[in-house]
Design a protein around this ligand. Structure first.
Ligand SMILES: [Fe+2]
Ligand SMILES: [Fe+2]
Length: 502
């Protein structure tokens, strides 16, 4: 499958007509966001106040006037959008993820801000709703001080926290290409980066939920930036990301499930040879696939028993509700992949599943990938209504068994080959009686049954990586072999320590 061969099935009108909550205006183009109009003014006010407090004391009359104007514009933006986040990404300035376009006269202030953020390795400045004028003044004074020679971002952050600035938060900009070239030699950096991106993705899903509750637009470019970072990691060394996705967060199930499905879908896409941009796009679609569940009551989502007929039919509507929710996102109307994935992610290769419509569904190519990642993560995660889960290798066997029936055979083949016999994160029992966790696959295909593991000790610690294919004491036979995978809740915390940053 190549990017060019993507099918773009049309939105099924019969389904749209079926849905009682759908109304006509949802699919009409929305008005331009006010932030597009206010953005250039905010850029100018920030530039002007920053320059003024750089030269004068914050109590100077000119500085106070500039700060008041900035405060007023921030308030106006916050009133319209609920938040104000200014990001500099690839020499483009975004406010609340809307690209700010200025005329040639205002180009100077815009480029100045981009440059100053870059010098301090700041990707985003988030102004909270409770920011005060004195706080704004101190922030500008400290932010525009000469950048430090080393740890430039850390230094700015330190200055701000020492000054007690809590309502303005900075996000670090990461120089991707350079970072990952260095990281090839330094696994610790990959580990750190994987942990960071996973927790940012879980936090992002929380923001998405809040945006939907408050009827605010979903910050889609942020999702793209996250999945592009994940795609970079996957192309370098995905093992920590996959390991982290194997740690099941029961309390934050919907968030962590979406992030896990995103990681696994992107891994499949990368191994299928899709372009990095497509892989990142699949990641976004996977992050948002279950977004319709935000409209399903918690009492149904977390019911500790089988759903009755009415509850089940409501639950089944989450895929349609998700497609409707995503159709409200203006920037998605041109790139509709996530809408199709949300709508179709419970439809199977043989046409079974839901939602049901007259005639056959034409499944979006991304759906074939995300369906497998979705089922794999769901079946390996304990839930309140399902006491026993299957070990990862058993779920793989199930997926293989259903290849060509429930799942696209090509995608199954790639998935099984990528995950190996014992996927990263599987807890196994060795023939020595020891418990271990799979850290990564063996490079040689003939040793797929002998991955690299870490022993999980009773005292909660774990051993250095052990290659199960390495012969013992200069001989030819291996010292330990896998007896089988195990489902052991006690091992979960010890296993997590192998992947989570200390
Ligand atoms: Fe779902
Ligand atoms: Fe799901």
């Amino acid at each position: 499958m190549t990017a060019d061969s993507r099918m773009k099935p049309s939105f099924p009108a019969s389904i749209a007509a079926d849905c009682s909550i759908m109304n006509d205006d949802i699919f009409l183009p929305g008005p331009a966001r006010q932030i597009e109009r206010l953005g250039p003014l905010l850029v100018y006010c920030l530039f002007s106040a920053g320059r003024t407090v750089r030269i004068h004391d914050v109590n100077n009359r000119a500085a106070q006037a500039a700060l008041a104007k900035l405060g007023q514009t921030l308030d106006e933006c916050a009133r319209l959008e609920g938040r104000v986040a200014i990001a500099s990404v690839s020499d483009v300035l975004l406010i609340n993820d809307v690209r700010i376009i200025v005329d040639s006269q205002s180009m100077g202030p815009l480029l100045y801000l981009i440059d100053e953020m870059k010098k301090r390795k700041v990707e985003e400045i988030d102004f909270g709703p409770d920011v005060t004028l004195p706080e704004l003044g101190s922030f500008l004074k400290l932010f525009f001080l000469e950048p430090a020679e080393e740890d430039v971002f850390g230094e700015v952050n330190r200055r701000l926290s020492e000054a007690g600035i809590v309502n303005i938060r900075l996000t670090e900009w990461i120089e991707r290409e350079k970072f990952l070239r260095d990281a090839k030699e330094e696994r610790r950096e990959i580990r750190e980066e994987s942990n960071k991106v996973m927790s940012r993705a879980v936090m992002f899903m929380g923001e998405v939920l809040r945006s939907i509750e408050q009827r605010r637009p979903i910050q889609l470019p942020k999702a793209h930036r996250l999945t592009q970072q994940m795609a970079d990691i996957i192309q370098t060394d995905e093992t920590i990301l996959v390991g982290l996705s194997s740690i099941k967060d029961y309390d934050e199930y919907t968030f962590s499930h979406s992030v896990n499905v995103s990681v696994l879908s992107m891994l499949i896409s990368d191994r299928m040879g899709l372009h990095k941009n497509d892989t990142a796009q699949i990641g976004v679609a996977a992050l948002l696939h279950d977004i319709g569940k935000t409209h399903i009551p918690q009492s149904i989502l977390n019911k500790p028993a089988r759903l009755n007929t009415d509850e089940w039919s409501l639950m089944k509507r989450h895929s349609m509700l998700g497609a409707i929710e995503l159709s409200r996102v203006r920037s998605l109307r041109a790139v509709v992949d996530p809408i199709f994935v949300s709508l179709q992610h419970h439809l199977l290769y043989n046409g079974s599943g839901y939602p049901v419509k007259p005639g056959a569904w034409e499944l979006h190519p991304y759906t074939h990938i995300i369906v497998i990642a979705d089922i794999y993560d769901a079946m390996t995660t304990p839930r309140i209504y399902r006491e026993r889960t299957l070990t990862p290798d058993r779920v793989l066997r199930y997926i293989l068994h259903k290849s060509g029936e429930m799942f696209d055979p090509l995608v199954v083949k790639v998935f099984i080959k990528t995950m190996g016999l014992y996927p990263v994160g599987t807890v196994v029992e060795l023939d020595t009686g020891e418990r271990a966790v799979v850290l990564r696959q063996n490079d040689r295909t003939s040793f797929l049954h002998r991955p690299v593991v870490s022993l999980l000790r009773e005292d909660g610690s774990h051993s250095e990586p052990i290659d199960l294919a390495a012969p013992a004491d200069g001989g030819t036979s291996c010292r330990r072999s896998i007896a089988g995978s195990v489902q052991d809740a006690d091992c979960e915390a010890r296993k997590a320590r192998c992947f989570v940053m200390k």
